[in-house]
Design a protein around this ligand. Structure first.
Ligand SMILES: N[C@@H](Cc1c[nH]cn1)C(=O)NCC(=O)O
Length: 418
């Protein structure tokens, strides 16, 4: 397979992922219209968003197993088709039940996309290029969210709800056609029918990846998805415009620091856990400074916070690199699903607990945001624990390979397609 074709297939996968992120975020810019059309308050809208994320997170492991069984192409096509149906239901439905059905379908289709693209990268590219390509994939996906907001808002105001979401469904149909016409896939691995879930879970490297993803991404995810804006406006008394700029800074700086981190992870694989611990420690330190600052934190400190939070997304991608290096190709989908599911369960837990604590304390953001500390501490401890276990296993394996005359370090890792 020529490297040009491999790059073409990766680009097609990335486009499918960008479209998935577009579908995922499409409720975010339609909040006011959704509230009026469906007759719900903010809590109803939050429930719609949470249900979509819940379906996404719950489907990670089943989808990972399906990706291993049926390959990336079929799963990407199915995902794009399911998201398109979700947008269709959302476009035509005018009550809460249909809106919930639409968003759940979008969560389900979305769940099939990222894992399938990561599996393609793991199987098609040489190991040393993987961390960078995974970072670029994550980065370009975020770009999808940034560039889709303005056209969606414009379309909602210009053409209305039904036309806008029918258009979104149409983009999904175009994605299905593009994937079916251009993408090629490998036949499933012969070992793909083995009970891969138990084996992937038993591998300490998978759990190292899962805790990495959970501890690094949850703070920025909770900040960007829900609590950052109200925290900056209500607690830090920033203007809505300044809060918007600070939130955008996190996304944009994250895009800048992704490639260097991917390069470093590929160049120094034995230092990946130090990078992860630095991201967790830096995030905890920045939040501590903001939360302990008497009264309102100065703007420079908030800028430090959003810049440090920008390292969370790229740092979380190291989790997928662990899944790749510690699992054979036949179970790379399910291992990636475990890593991704862990990150999203942790993010949802932080989002929900901050909400519960805000209610319980009458809106005390300091107390509510302190709920992140147990997540960081548990995550860092588990990263250290599973790092030891994974290294021990690797050392044993190398010893055994040495005895039988082997010697390739990547005995466990997903191999590129020749
Ligand atoms: N950690 C994110 C991706 C990311 C990369 N940079 C910022 N965010 C992730 O888990 N992605 C999975 C997905 O489906 O988007």
């Amino acid at each position: 397979m020529s490297s040009r074709r491999v790059l073409l297939f990766w680009s097609i996968g990335v486009i499918a992922y960008v479209i998935a992120v577009f579908h995922r975020q499409s409720l975010g810019v339609a909040g006011l219209e959704a509230a009026a059309r469906l007759g719900v308050a903010s809590s109803g809208l939050a429930m719609l968003a949470m249900l979509q994320l819940l379906v996404y997170a719950a489907m990670q492991i089943p989808v990972g197993m399906l990706v291993d069984r049926f390959g990336s192409k079929r799963m990407l096509i199915t995902g794009a088709a399911v998201m398109s149906c979700g947008q269709l239901v959302f476009a035509l439905g005018d009550d809460l039940l249909l809106a919930v059905t639409g968003r759940m379908l979008i969560g389900a289709g979305d769940a099939m996309t990222f894992i399938s693209v990561i599996r393609m990268i793991n199987l098609w590219f040489p190991a040393r290029r993987n961390p960078l390509l995974v970072q670029l994939t994550g980065l370009l996906g975020q770009l999808g969210a940034v560039v889709s907001a303005v056209p969606l808002i414009h379309s909602l105001h210009e053409y209305g709800w039904t036309a806008t979401f029918l258009g979104a469904a149409g983009i999904g149909v175009a994605a299905v056609l593009m994937l079916a016409a251009v993408l090629r896939d490998r036949r499933p691995e012969p070992g793909a029918r083995e009970p891969v879930l138990r084996a992937a879970w038993a591998q300490p490297g998978t759990r190292l990846g899962m805790w990495t993803h959970a501890a690094t991404q949850s703070s920025a995810a909770a900040f960007l998805l829900l609590w950052g804006y109200p925290f900056l406006v209500e607690s830090q008394h920033q203007t809505p415009a300044a809060a918007g700029v600070l939130l955008t800074t996190t996304t944009l700086v994250g895009m800048v620091c992704g490639p260097p981190l991917g390069y470093l992870a590929g160049r120094f694989p034995l230092r990946r856990s130090w990078m992860v611990l630095t991201v967790i420690g830096g995030t905890a330190a920045a939040w501590t400074a903001v939360l302990l600052w008497p009264g309102r934190a100065p703007l420079w400190l908030l800028v430090v916070l959003v810049v440090v939070l920008a390292s969370n997304g790229p740092g979380s991608m190291i989790g997928f690199d662990y899944a790749r290096t510690f699992n054979p190709a036949a179970r790379i989908g399910v291992a990636t699903g475990i890593v991704n599911g862990g990150g999203f369960v942790a993010s949802m837990a932080v989002i929900a607990l901050v909400g519960v604590l805000l209610d319980a304390t009458g809106g005390d953001y300091r107390a509510a945001l302190a709920v992140q500390y147990p997540v960081w501490v548990l995550g860092a401890v588990q990263v250290l624990r599973y790092r030891v276990k994974a290294r021990r296993l690797l050392a044993q394996l190398e010893e055994r390979l040495g005895e039988v005359g082997g010697g390739e370090h990547a005995a466990l890792g997903a191999q590129p397609v020749k």
